[in-house]
Design a protein around this ligand. Structure first.
Ligand code: THU
Length: 131
């Protein structure tokens, strides 16, 4: 399994982060089952709570490109050796992940650790539990 492409997409997205308030740029990339990669950065706002995360931007790009099921996720932040998606983004991602989706935790050089998404978000809110 090559993770270079999805890591490179996440890192490239991080370079576009709009994070003048936290000064904490984040990049995320998601790969769908078809192989397409969609990336996103965090986008902050002077009204602080109105900003949003890199993972959320990436999901928006996926949906606008036609949607899909997410089989891999990569997240990178230059100021953190191994960033985890926040709780809100785990819930958003859970809407679209495959049952065996992988989460790649990255530093600036590449993937540091890969974990099953299901292990970091085992009890998602689901309107139809058990399906
Ligand atoms: N952030 C993300 O983009 N993804 C995460 O998973 C955690 C946090 C952003 C939000 C905010 O712009 C900055 O990081 C500091 O919290």
């Amino acid at each position: 399994m090559t993770t270079n492409d999805i890591f490179t997409a996440a890192k490239g997205a991080m370079e576009r982060a709009y994070a003048p308030y936290s000064r904490f740029p984040v990049g995320a990339a998601i790969r769908t089952e078809t192989g397409a990669i969609h990336a996103g950065c965090n986008i902050e706002n002077a009204s602080y709570p109105e900003g949003w995360c890199a993972e959320t931007t990436a999901l928006g790009h996926m949906i606008m490109a036609g949607g899909g099921r997410v089989s891999e996720i990569a997240v990178v932040a230059e100021k953190m050796p191994k960033i985890m998606p926040c709780g809100g983004c785990r819930q958003r991602l859970s809407e679209f992940v495959t049952s065996n989706a992988k989460l790649h935790l990255c530093d600036m050089n590449g993937v540091v650790e890969t974990v099953p998404f299901s292990t970091v978000f085992p009890h998602a809110f689901d309107l139809e539990p058990g399906t």
